[in-house]
Design a protein around this ligand. Structure first.
Ligand code: S3P
Length: 175
């Protein structure tokens, strides 16, 4: 058994894409928390926010974080706000290593613009500056990560390789 690898970080930093590839490479099960919550609730994240509000989404997120924290051997990608809550950080850290993916605000801006409407916390007419401000507000939470990797200007395989190299060189997987 080995520790979970938990991808945290701002929206549009590549957590889901990197998680899928990392899980393939490491032959582990992959859990995307947002997709799992959608499966449990039978509707999209945007719809949960619209119909029941953010509080309901956050409570589903915390329930799931608590459950996943009991498991091992998983690759988990979190939603960008999951680590804003201390109980989630504690749960995910219990059996896991927190890996924060970072990206430049301009990259985040263009990535989230491609999937307009799926991220209820971002205004329709937001600017790179809005993203930069939100990133700064959230920095203390992302700084809780054990490892940080920038995804800007790197292809997927390079990011995955860097993650695997760091966890191996620091021998972080031992439970
Ligand atoms: C959120 C990020 C989203 C999703 C929800 C809230 C956030 O996930 O969980 O819209 O608070 O940053 P992604 O980071 O996958 O976009």
């Amino acid at each position: 058994m080995a520790k979970n690898l938990v991808l945290i970080g701002f929206m549009g930093t590549g957590k889901s894409t990197v998680g899928i590839r990392l899980a393939q490479r490491m032959k582990r099960e992959f859990i995307d928390m947002d997709r799992k919550i959608e499966e449990i609730c039978g509707m999209s994240v945007a719809e949960i926010f619209k119909r029941y509000g953010e509080v309901r989404f956050r409570s589903e997120e915390s329930l799931l974080a608590a459950k996943l924290g009991e498991k091992q051997d998983l690759i988990i990608s979190t939603g960008g706000g999951a680590v804003l809550f201390a109980e989630n950080v504690a749960a995910l850290r219990k059996n896991g290593i927190l890996i924060c993916l970072d990206a430049d605000p301009a990259d985040i801006f263009s990535r989230v613009n491609r999937k307009k409407g799926s991220r209820p916390l971002l205004k329709k007419n937001m600017t790179v500056e809005d993203i930069d401000n939100l990133l700064k507000q959230r920095e203390p939470y992302y700084a809780l990560a054990d490892i940080r990797i920038s995804t800007s200007g790197k292809d997927l395989d390079r990011v995955v390789r860097e993650i695997m190299e760091v966890i191996q060189s620091k021998n972080l997987l031992a439970v």
